[in-house]
Design a protein around this ligand. Structure first.
Ligand SMILES: *Cc1c(COP(=O)(O)O)cnc(C)c1O
Length: 375
């Protein structure tokens, strides 16, 4: 069994993907091909925002946002403690200070009570200036953006939606990657919408920010190619990746999101009462980057993972370490009392095989193995 079955997906789309890749090779328009512009239009339309600026990966997408806003030394950026390293890394990389915040135990997303408490602490200390809230759509579920926006407005902060795992999710009929002042995603192969290498995108409704992002993406270019008006990056999306993504976006919108939600519903129905299943609040839709269950304690979780492995069932621990305990942030002081939920989740979460091509037979096999272990 595959944890995320990219091979079956390729077989389903092979004729179109092969043709698209060969077309790029034939035309040799490897950089800035028409396919990149076409994809940006398609992505902006799908997400329902005015601008999409593609880039080299999801980490750069976040960095592009930091650069466009001029975030740097002396600035505080609030980041959930339970997330992939990039969400905090890009803050430190910009020279600013990541202030970690606890998450909700049901949704795995930023806890706005903890967020507000941390903002108040930073203000009271008076050393850093609060600037940005990074809200991550963890495991495919959009963060509580109504609550995040209320806090942002109260303190005059910007919202950066890290939708690396969230692409395709929804709150009501609004799509993920449309909730931030700037939103980002990643096309890393195993993400909800993945390419065949690295890729990413930034989304915004703001014309000025979009123009800035386009400049920063290509060495801070001005009006002409060898006119550089600011310090930027080299962070383009390859034409070949854009061509692949256009095809995969169609399948994603037409049936993959529906199919992965059916697989998630199957798991949730069959695992009811056995383990704590992921919570999708009323009105929310997840794109199921991960299907993450919670076990009673670390011993049970680790034991279950070993039992699944013995039966050839892959599972993953996202994430085994809270951000505030990463050695890279050892220079900062943290109060353990802030991170109650994250400190527990790192010991109890387990992500099960999840993808749009998961069969009923697969979910049955996984559920039977979990049942047998817990009995
Ligand atoms: C994967 C991921 C990123 C980074 O994306 P890359 O394309 O790998 O650089 C950032 N944030 C989160 C939450 C992610 O899961």
């Amino acid at each position: 069994m595959q944890f995320r079955d990219l091979k079956t997906q390729y077989q389903a789309l092979k004729a179109d993907i092969d043709k698209a890749m060969i077309e790029v090779a034939t035309n040799c328009n490897f950089i800035n091909g028409q396919q990149v512009k076409d994809l940006e239009k398609e992505l902006a339309e799908y997400v329902g925002v005015k601008h999409c600026v593609t880039c080299a990966n999801g980490t750069d997408a976040l960095s592009l946002a930091m650069m466009a806003w001029g975030i740097g030394e002396g600035d505080a950026v609030f980041v959930p403690d339970f997330t992939f390293f990039s969400s905090g890394e890009i803050v430190a990389h910009a020279g600013a200070t990541p202030v970690f915040v606890d998450v909700d135990k049901d949704t795995f997303n930023i806890d706005t009570a903890s967020l507000e408490a941390e903002i108040e602490k930073v203000i009271a200390e008076g050393k850093l200036t609060p600037k940005v809230i990074v809200a991550v759509d963890l495991f495919g579920l959009p963060a509580d953006f109504a609550a995040v926006r209320a806090v942002a407005d109260k303190y005059g902060l910007k919202v950066l939606e890290d939708g690396a795992q969230g692409f395709g999710g929804q709150i009501g009929d609004k799509m993920a990657c449309s909730f931030g002042d700037i939103s980002t995603t990643s096309f890393f192969p195993a993400k909800p919408l993945g390419c065949y290498g690295d890729g990413g995108a930034v989304f915004t409704d703001d014309d000025e920010i979009a123009a800035l992002l386009e400049s920063i993406r290509v060495h801070g270019k001005g009006k002409e190619k060898y006119d550089n008006v600011r310090i930027g990056l080299n962070s383009r999306l390859d034409t070949i990746q854009a061509a692949i993504l256009s095809i995969k976006l169609k399948a994603f919108a037409e049936y993959e999101m529906e199919d992965i939600n059916k697989a998630a519903d199957k798991y949730t129905e069959k695992l009811q009462g056995l383990v704590k299943t992921p919570v999708v609040p009323e009105g929310y839709t997840s794109s199921w980057a991960q299907y993450t269950i919670q076990l009673a304690d670390k011993e049970t979780r680790d034991g279950l993972q070993a039992a699944l492995k013995a039966q050839g069932i892959p599972s993953m621990i996202y994430y085994p370490k809270p951000m505030h305990t990463q050695e890279a942030f050892a220079g900062q002081q943290f109060d353990e009392a802030v991170f109650t939920n994250t400190n527990e989740l790192v010991n109890t979460v387990l992500a099960l095989p999840m993808h749009p091509y998961l069969t009923d037979e697969d979910t049955d096999t996984v559920v039977a193995a979990i049942k047998a272990y817990l009995a």
